[in-house]
Write a protein that binds this ligand. Structure first.
Ligand code: AQP
Length: 340
């Protein structure tokens, strides 16, 4: 049993409580975490410290953090199979981040696409926004994670985590950190906004009506968003790389991620569709069937906040038992005195 456990890959992934959980988060990340939960040693983290890199309302952030924890469990992650915890409850993450800052060149951070995008939208750029990929690198490598299952948008940050792990190994001790690799799903890796299929569906824009499918939306609201989804005027249901058909490609991609069918299977399901109206309704129905039970479970979990907090405290203790010794070892290696 122990040998089998040791052969399992270790997985770490995180999600920010920066807005309401969307269909993009579900198809690009969480659903895949749930699917592979039995095969791996799992650490899933609500990265609340990351969400502070853009302004947040404190009360709203506290609510979103609990709600997101309940959402991960409602999607099917269970504390018996996965360590589920809140990042700020485990101090090794911030302590270790400082140590990693001392070996990370500034240029690596300035190159990050997400930094450039988010910084362009702000008048005053906060240091945390620039530094957040270092915190994320620590999140991953302090758990010796082999794999980081993420949506396509996070690939560059995982590659940076690899570079930072290698920089430490090279400078201080070969093979001290496991060098993690990103695992990107084949379908659902980048779900686009329904109101603008050239822009990624995002939690931060989930309050804009028609942009995102929020998993907690009522069926009627989800269907309304699909019916208003931006498409094109030629009424042809095909997988195409033509930028003009990005909306149709997005709808087919969502359907594909949910059904697990290949391109032919997906198109066969729409062979008798009478135009985009039918396409939108059928994709909407498939999504509603998938997410309605999650919404119900989420409601039940949110009705017992004391139990939710108990499970999160248990997750934090398990996470700390792994990451704090790793950070203490780093401190030793780097020449700091670690109190015994
Ligand atoms: N549209 C998406 N399609 C596929 N995967 C997605 N993910 C996010 N959006 C999509 C994946 O969800 C996981 C958690 O994301 P995050 O909380 O780290 O933040 P993010 O990647 O920046 O996602 P959001 O929803 O757009 O949040 P905000 O608006 O706060 O920036 C990741 O694995 C991500 O790839």
């Amino acid at each position: 049993m122990l040998i089998k456990l040791m052969n399992k890959e270790r997985v770490f992934s995180g999600i920010q409580p920066s807005g309401e959980f969307t269909l993009g988060n579900y198809l690009g990340a969480t659903r895949n975490w749930v699917r592979d939960q039995d095969k791996k040693i799992n650490y899933f983290c609500i990265v609340d410290l990351h969400s502070l890199t853009v302004p947040q309302d404190p009360e709203e952030l506290r609510h979103q953090t609990r709600s997101l924890a309940a959402m991960l469990m409602a999607c099917g992650l269970t504390p018996e199979k996965s360590t589920i915890f809140i990042q700020s409850h485990v101090k090794a993450h911030t302590e270790g981040c400082w140590l990693l800052n001392t070996i990370t060149p500034l240029g690596w951070l300035q190159r990050m696409t997400q930094f450039k995008d988010k910084a362009a939208k702000q008048e005053s750029i906060l240091t945390g926004l620039l530094d957040y990929p270092v915190l994320m690198a620590g999140d991953i490598i302090f758990y010796d994670a082999d794999e980081v299952p993420v949506g396509d948008d996070q690939k560059q940050h995982v590659e940076l985590a690899r570079d930072i792990a290698q920089a430490f190994n090279h400078r201080y001790e070969e093979e001290f950190f496991v060098v993690p690799k990103p695992v990107i799903p084949t379908a659902g890796a980048r779900v686009m906004g329904l109101d603008d299929p050239t822009r990624k569906m995002s939690k931060s824009y989930a309050h804009i009506r028609g942009h995102a499918v929020r998993i907690l939306d009522e069926d009627k609201e989800i269907m309304r968003s699909f019916k208003k989804a931006v498409t094109d005027s030629d009424n042809e249901i095909v997988f195409s790389d033509d930028p003009a058909k990005a909306g149709v490609r997005n709808l087919l991609g969502i359907y594909q991620a949910i059904t697990g069918k290949d391109n032919e299977g997906v198109l066969a399901d729409f062979a008798d569709a009478r135009g985009y109206g039918d396409l939108k309704v059928r994709v909407g129905e498939a999504v509603i069937n998938e997410v309605a039970p999650i919404r119900e479970r989420h409601k039940e979990l949110m009705n017992d906040p004391a139990e939710l907090d108990r499970l999160l405290a248990q997750g934090a203790a398990q996470a700390e038992a792994v990451s704090q010794p790793k950070v203490d070892q780093m401190k030793e290696i780097m020449g700091l005195i670690v109190p015994k």
